[in-house]
Design a protein around this ligand. Structure first.
Ligand code: ZN
Ligand code: FE
Length: 256
């Protein structure tokens, strides 16, 4: 039986995701920007929380964990490498570990770049990948701790999963990201249609996430640093894609 995936806006522009398995009754949440919207959604749907998966230590992804646990006790899972700066973990994980969840397995990928300890969670049977601030919709997380080479490798590790995989990222940045993507990859026809969809979603107050890997591979400039189009736009024809990635990331840092 397939899982139910719920996208939940939190704080000003964060997203968290609830995943529910009907057969076992288990419910997981991925990151806890704040407890209130998660508790309200659990109550509304009559679901009982069983697992909290944390992707990285930034406050806007973990700060509601204590308040959530006070109302909805659950197993907390996060990176072994970052245990010292995450809420208390019941289960510490790293690359290649797998956690049983309902009839699924949640596989752990280490995806350093935004932070050195950032994890992604892959549910292969359901085709769900929780990326948060690593691979993002039309973007990627800012490099606060890792190097361009680290993030580039992390992005391509995730991009190698099946193209129909659903990508659950951590923030509503689509409107800025699409303007940047169009500046970096101006002739990409998929970006033109995507821009209309994003404008429609946002004016209706709908999230622009989740997306799919196929969609990101076609439109995300950070996954397209090997293409002649992106390389030409940053005057780096034939350059190492990691160097192109570093340049594109630098330009995005200064883009408003
Ligand atoms: Zn972050
Ligand atoms: Fe974040």
């Amino acid at each position: 039986m397939p899982l139910t995936l719920v996208t939940l806006p939190c704080l000003s522009d964060n997203y968290t995701y609830l995943v529910h398995d009907d057969a076992s009754g288990e419910t997981a949440v991925f990151d806890v920007p704040e407890a209130e919207p998660i508790l309200a959604e659990l109550k509304r749907r009559g679901w009982t929380l069983s697992h909290i998966f944390l992707t990285h230590h930034h406050d806007d992804h973990i700060q509601g964990t204590g308040a959530l646990l006070a109302e909805a006790p659950a197993t907390v899972i996060g990176a072994r490498a970052d245990a010292h700066r995450l809420p208390p973990l019941d289960t510490q994980v790293g690359e290649g570990d797998a956690i049983a969840f309902g009839g699924e397995t949640v596989e752990v990928l280490e995806v350093p770049g935004h932070t050195t300890g950032h994890l992604a969670y892959h549910l292969p049977r359901s085709g769900i990948l929780v990326t948060m601030d690593s691979l993002m919709h039309l973007g990627c997380g800012r490099l606060f701790e890792g190097t361009p080479a680290m993030m580039h490798a992390s992005l391509h590790k995730m991009a190698a999963l099946p193209p129909q995989t659903v990508v659950c990222s951590g923030h509503e940045y689509a409107e800025t990201n699409i303007r940047f993507a169009r500046a970096i990859d101006p002739d990409n026809p998929d970006l033109i249609s995507r821009q209309r969809e994003i404008a429609a979603a946002r004016s209706a107050g709908r999230p622009t996430v989740p997306t799919t890997l196929a969609q990101e591979l076609a439109t995300n400039p950070f996954l397209r640093c090997h293409t002649p189009q992106v390389q030409a736009q940053v005057n780096m024809a034939g350059a190492d894609p990691v160097d192109v990635f570093a340049e594109v990331r630098k330009r995005r840092d200064g883009f408003r």
